[in-house]
Structure formats: C-alpha cells, structure tokens
Write a protein that binds this ligand. Structure first.
Ligand code: THU
Length: 135
C-alpha cells in the first residue's frame, strides 16, 4: 500500500463512524476494508435494543464486501475516539478470509495506535483449512 492509500483508508474509517447507530454505548466505531482489487468498503457499528443483536463496524464492512462478491482483502482501518481494538468476534470473522490482513487501529484524529497483521491480533486462529478438504 502506498502512504496515500493508507491515508485514504484511515480517512474513510473515520468518516464512516459518523453513521454509527449507538444510542446505548455512545461509542462510535468506523471501519474501512480494502479489497485486493482496490475497492473499499466502509462500515459502522449498529446497535439494537436487544443488545446481542448489535453489529460491529468491522463486520458491517466485511459483510458488505462479501455480499458484493469480494473474498480477498489487503487491509482494514478501524477508527474510534481512543484507538480501541477490534473485538474477538470481528477478528475471527476477518480471519476466515484474510489471516494476513493489515489492521490499522486509529483514533478520530487520524493517529495510528497499532499497525499489525491480523495473525498477531488472533494468535493460533481457527481457520477454514481445518474444515475444508483441500483448502
Ligand atoms: N464495537 C465495534 O464496532 N467494533 C469492535 O471491534 C469493538 C466494539 C462496537 C460495538 C458496540 O456498538 C460498541 O462498540 C461498544 O461495545
């Protein structure tokens, strides 16, 4: 990724956070996922009165991308007010498609708190090769 591509991804994650539906936590999260072909998919967290039905920003971006035919990803930027880290569920769902994904954990000022591969965030992750023959 060029520095410009990295910056664009971070800015898109920050912008996506403005759409977060967060009446319960008041904790906005924005994400932007870069597909191998250069397409970017943004997402925000969407909460629900039935709390477990909430979806995180990262998974919103991922399911948008998957549902539009993408399967290969390069990087994700995640933006919060304090540089919060992706939850375990999001790590696991991203790991399914992109164990080597570059994860940029940022704050709304654009500061990068962490820039690391998903494998480092999800050590010894459980992946599809365990279940898919020949995968
Ligand atoms: N949240 C995310 O969107 N991504 C994460 O990886 C961590 C948590 C959201 C879920 C909920 O809407 C709020 O942050 C507080 O947990």
């Amino acid at each position: 990724m060029t520095p410009q591509e990295t910056q664009a991804l971070i800015e898109q994650a920050i912008a996506a956070a403005q759409y977060a539906y967060i009446p319960y936590s008041r904790y906005a999260v924005g994400a932007a996922l870069l597909a191998k072909g250069g397409q970017r998919y943004s997402g925000c967290n969407v909460e629900n009165a039935a709390y477990p039905a909430c979806i995180c920003a990262e998974r919103t971006a991922l399911v948008k991308a998957i549902s539009e035919g993408q399967r290969h990803f390069v990087a994700i930027a995640v933006a919060t007010r304090d540089g919060g880290s992706p939850c375990g569920l999001c790590r696991q769902m991203l790991f399914e498609f992109a164990p080597d994904l570059r994860v940029l954990i940022c704050d709304f000022a654009g500061k990068v708190h962490h820039d690391l591969p998903l494998r480092a965030l999800l050590a010894h992750g459980f992946g599809p090769e365990r279940l898919l023959e020949g995968a």
